[in-house]
Write a protein that binds this ligand. Structure first.
Ligand code: VTB
Length: 331
């Protein structure tokens, strides 16, 4: 994707920023009703339904470019679905109505409702496949780490750039068997490896908050949709990220080609994953390090949301008290 020059007409109306909060808030509340019930599908479907309803109320001409899969396998918010009132700006939308479905089903920390909105054409139109990812926070020279370097090389290069020993570097990695080589490599270089069971959108964002999270680098293979969402958020707070789709079957290569991806081995930079004016909005479902989960009081529902905007680098935290609990439950 060519580097987009942001023109005035391409800047999404600022007023939308607040409108988006409602979308992830509703999705988060819907999913939170099903926290800890052990039913990932039901929680995800509740979040999808709520998110779709709210999206269709927005004054936008929106297209889902990162969604819940293909039209035939996902009844709602599939790639290519049009959302909004069709009256406002033409935007592309990436959604993960419930990022960390397992975390929600088990009521474990870190599940969120997340979406990104950008000017049309600014988000990588990726199929729902895996993506190799590497991310670090701001303040490092461009290209200090790279997907094509070994884990040892990346750890050493990052330590050198940070002015610390490799032993002082912490790498965050999804706890999966496929990552054993990666984990071993990081440890061989002396790094500490912190594992997460799910939730690599937040995992990437942690890299930009090393002082709080203790995480210097995110590495590993996770969902491509999560990769695009994470790149959008990281662009707002600063940092570097690379992603490469895992297109390991002829079907996936063909699917990607039909979405405009001609080079299946292409390494995307953060800006190529999410370009232009991007707004990323994320509401906690369960408690986590980035945001608090939904709290159900007797008369009030509390939500905690972060909104990132790349064009200004603003991050807003919106704590909301919702008093229309009945409405929240029913509509
Ligand atoms: C990650 C993680 C997600 O999927 O992207 C992961 O961040 C990758 O897929 O929360 P596998 O579970 O197949 O390894 C999630 O766990 C769920 O979408």
């Amino acid at each position: 994707m060519a580097d987009l020059v942001i023109k005035q007409q391409d800047i999404i109306e600022r007023i939308l920023t607040m409108e988006l909060v409602r979308v992830t808030e509703r999705a988060a509340v819907a999913a939170a009703h099903l926290r800890g019930r052990g039913d990932e599908k039901a929680a995800d479907q509740a979040a999808v339904d709520a998110m779709r309803r709210e999206l269709n109320r927005l004054p936008i001409d929106g297209t889902i470019v990162i969604g819940e899969g293909e039209r035939d396998e996902a009844p709602m918010l599939f790639i290519g679905e049009r959302v909004g009132t069709m009256t406002g700006p033409k935007v592309d939308i990436a959604v993960d109505p419930l990022e960390g479905t397992t975390l929600c089903a088990k009521d474990m920390a870190g599940s969120v409702a997340v979406m990104a909105v950008a000017q049309a054409g600014a988000l990588l139109n990726a199929p729902d496949v895996y993506m190799e990812k590497i991310a670090i926070g701001p303040g490092y020279p461009e290209g200090v780490v790279d997907l094509d370097m070994t884990p040892e090389e990346n750890v050493r290069a990052l330590a050198k750039a940070k002015g610390v020993t490799p032993g002082e570097i912490t790498v965050l990695i999804l706890d999966r068997e496929r990552h054993q080589g990666l984990i071993d490599g990081c440890r061989r270089a002396g790094a500490s490896v912190r594992m997460i069971t799910d939730g690599d959108v937040a995992g990437v964002i942690y890299c930009a908050q090393t002082a709080i999270s203790g995480v210097d680098m995110y590495m590993g293979t996770g969902g491509a949709p999560e990769g695009v969402l994470a790149a959008g958020a990281l662009r707002c707070v600063g940092g570097q990220m690379q992603g490469r789709l895992v297109l390991d079957t002829p079907e996936k290569i063909e699917r990607a080609r039909s979405m405009g991806i001609t080079d299946p081995k292409r390494k995307y930079t953060m800006k190529e994953l999410a370009n232009g004016d991007v707004i990323v909005c994320l509401t906690g479902v369960t408690d986590g390090p980035l945001v608090q989960g939904v709290k159900f009081g007797k008369d009030i529902i509390n939500t905690d949301t972060l909104i990132y905007r790349s064009v200004t680098g603003t991050v807003r935290r919106i704590g909301a008290e919702h008093r229309e609990m009945g409405k929240f439950r029913l509509d």
